[in-house]
Design a protein around this ligand. Sequence first.
Ligand code: F6R
Length: 263
Amino acid sequence: MEVIICPNARRVGEIGAAKVARIAQAVGSSVVIGVATGSSPLDAYAALADMVEKGEIDLSDASVFALDEYVGMPYDNPESYHAVINRTVTVPLGLDPARVHVPDGASAELSTAGQRYEDAIKQAGGVDVQILGVGSNGHIGFNEPTSSLSSRTRIKTLSERTRQDNKRFFSSIDEVPRHCLTQGLGTIMDARNVVLMATGPGKAEAVAAIIEGPVRAMWPGSILQLHQHATIVIDEDAAADLTMTDYYKTTYANLPDWQRLDV
Ligand code: F6R
């Protein structure tokens, strides 16, 4: 795992975007990017949009796969992940909407929607770089604690903690959906690279558990310890509970030039 500790949230977005951009440049314009919703990647999406506008990266043929969608929420609801991805990723990055995929949580055939999503990812050649946030309970995607570490895209029940965390997007807790269709931990692990971003003190416990704790289903993000190319970009607040902070900072400060992400 590569752990990069940044002075503030904005820098997390810039460095996260720089990592994604480096992979996109290496793969070419038909790169396949996995995207997360939520607050954590928003600065990175803004930084990537800036790079696209300046011609620094070419995403003209890029495909995108979102991690998850609420079950039963119409896609014209502004809080559906179809709408969120369109607003925060598709439009700002100038992507072709036909190549932007979000799990079909409002499908009339929900029981097969997970397999269809897995097939679509496979057909696109797999994900080159998966952007992730992490829940305060350690979830990635909506793989809540006790999710199978080898799970594939399927319906999950949101934990009460996640519903409380996400109620800021709704007018009351009763409006927060209870079910979602989410990529599994096995699906996420198949991405060739992952870039997880986390900021703020509310993420400190989860960040420490997934980076330095044992790999276990109670902290689903800890599965990333088994990934060959996982980069975790966090701010000082989210890094507060780590024990190897000096090591991570020294490592990053002494990276060879070809590995540096400074922008
Ligand atoms: C979003 C997702 C979640 C979020 C996580 C953190 O598609 O799958 O895992 O990344 O809940 O959310 P924020 O970034 O809002 O704190």
